[in-house]
Design a protein around this ligand. Structure first.
Ligand code: UDP
Length: 241
């Protein structure tokens, strides 16, 4: 019930790779469905939900530069990838009866709304899930930074980063058996230890706006719903205190 909620308005960031499953590229429908199920289970609790979906499963600007492309051109391609992913997630959510709006930082009137802050806030008040597409709309940024930016603009209580693992570790737990998991981290520690859970500009923005970042496994069924209810397993990045 709404009164048991720890967080009333959150932004969930999911990387494009999470939608890829075992594929090397693009979208795995079963993964999109799984993530939509998780989102739906939080929506029914009455949480106001913002989503930012990455685009790494389709294109990354840096892969463009690796083959001689201008960075900005590659980045725009990456941003278009996030729009494709956003439409895929929108479609799965709407199939489950969840009302959504996609707002893109790069105007694409025929397929989604342009990003308008006050309009997005209104959607949230009406319990529509708002999916922010095309990142920040600027090259040289990432969707992590877009997530921190939109979470700040929307006045979110927390930024949740759904990953493959249940928190932040000091090494990749899939490769290093002795990797240590952190229960809690300070924003500055994430930056100074170069933990790479999110890029530095995203962490700085979250810190400036005092938004806690919770890192959890989006693949563990029910984990997202537990977190918004103040339970579950995650690493929280915040101010030391
Ligand atoms: N991108 C960008 N500006 C933004 C957000 C994204 O230029 O504000 C581009 C950038 O090229 C990036 C790509 O879109 O590599 C895909 O986004 P990201 O790498 O953040 O996706 P994820 O790793 O979360 O799947």
């Amino acid at each position: 019930m709404a009164s048991d909620l720890q967080y009333r308005r959150v932004l969930l960031k999911v990387s494009g790779e999470a939608l890829m499953g075992a594929r090397e590229y693009g979208l795995a429908p079963e993964m999109v469905a799984r993530i939509a199920d998780e989102i739906q289970s939080v929506h029914v609790l009455g949480v106001e939900l913002c989503l930012v979906i990455g685009g790494g499963n389709i294109f990354r600007g840096l892969s463009g530069t690796a083959v001689g492309m201008e960075r900005a051109a590659g980045d725009y391609m990456g941003m278009l990838g996030t729009v494709i992913n956003s439409l895929a997630v929108q479609n799965e959510l709407e199939r489950r009866g969840v009302t959504t709006r996609v707002q893109s930082a790069i105007s694409m009137q025929a397929i989604c709304e342009p990003y308008i802050r006050r309009r997005a806030l209104r959607h949230l008040e009406k319990k529509r899930v708002v999916i922010f597409a095309a990142g920040t709309g600027n090259p040289f940024f990432t969707t992590d930074t877009a997530a921190a930016l939109r979470a700040s603009e929307m006045g979110c209580d927390a930024l949740l980063k759904g990953t493959k693992v249940d928190g932040v570790y000091d090494a990749d737990p899939h490769r290093v058996a002795s990797a240590r998991r952190f229960e809690r981290l300070d924003y500055l520690e994430v930056l100074s230890r170069d933990l790479r859970v999110m890029d530095a500009s995203a962490i700085s923005l979250a810190r400036e706006n005092r938004i806690p970042v919770l890192v959890f496994s989006i693949f563990e069924s029910g984990a997202f719903a537990k977190i918004v209810s103040g339970r579950g397993r995650y690493t929280i990045i915040g101010e030391r205190g």
